[in-house]
Design a protein around this ligand. Structure first.
Ligand SMILES: [Zn+2]
Length: 66
């Protein structure tokens, strides 16, 4: 795997997965981080949430529908 776009997942699927992850981790009125949502959550944050927010930002920057 070299990470080229040749084998990139469908951007729509990526967007939906990332949005779902963010929603799960910020299911509060003030949208702050909620620990313990998934098995990767730690005291300081969650690598999965980091991935989701990075992915959404990246897709938005590339003109995707986030
Ligand atoms: Zn998590």
């Amino acid at each position: 795997m070299t990470g080229t776009d040749d084998c990139a997942p469908d951007p729509l699927v990526l967007t939906l997965a990332a949005q779902l992850t963010v929603d799960q981790h910020r299911d509060r009125p003030d949208r702050t981080y909620e620990r313990g949502t998934c098995q990767q959550c730690t005291e300081e944050g969650c690598p999965q949430l980091d991935w989701a927010e990075r992915t959404l930002a990246d897709l938005t920057a590339r003109g995707g529908r986030a």
